[in-house]
Ligand binder design. Sequence first.
Ligand code: DGL
Length: 263
Amino acid sequence: MIGVFDSGLGGLTVVKELLKLLPQYRLIYFGDTARTPYGTKSAETVTHYAIEITNFLLKKGAKIIVVACHTVSSTAMPALKEIFPKVPFFEVVTPSMKKALKLTKNKKIGLIGTRTTVESGIYERLFKEVDPEIKLYSQPAPLLVPLIEEGWLKKPETRRIVKKYLIPLKMRGIDTLILGCTHYPLIKKVIQEKAGKRRKLVDPSEEVALEVKTFIETHPEFIKELASNEDPEIYVSDITPNFEKIAQLFLGRKITLKKVNLG
Ligand code: DGL
């Protein structure tokens, strides 16, 4: 079983890509809807939540874990790998960084993400290691997650806010923009429109799904552990009728959410 988690429902964009690329594998998702957003919390708190959720997914039978959250990927990975050394983890930062590196021609890359992700400085560190000539321009975009969780995907207010966040990055002449939050693919069209047609967008959900696919193809021992054709199981820590509606919007299919208390 492939375990996937996020602070809320945004990680379902990753589930959608995984179902597209690997429809034959069983999938379990946990969205921490009771404690979302993570992007305004400290790295310590986010790490504590991530450990709790990983324990839950492993107990449910997950054999590999996909961290479908930029905020967790940029703060909690060292702790997760240390506590669960045998578990293959996939996170969204490294594949997004690699893709941006492939796409950029002028070596000016933009990043939008939650405050915690941007302030973690993880992208600066990674780019410095692989290509010190890369200039990274980062912009925290804290208003986007609540707008997306509210289903305001195409509203004029959302468009205006996206435009405002992108102005400083466009002024720097970026040719590539990393969507540094798994919620953002839901408003990819608006972001592309405001960024301008010529700028390339890096979608973390596509990149991490491709990495998982390659891993499974090259690790046949995992195939029998993961295979099945059942519907994905979607767990959340809080449930409201609106969450169900939004989850269906994210996944593009009818789903039933199950509530679970981790504490
Ligand atoms: N999807 C999460 C991320 O990628 C949302 C962050 C949040 O909960 O604030 O960072």
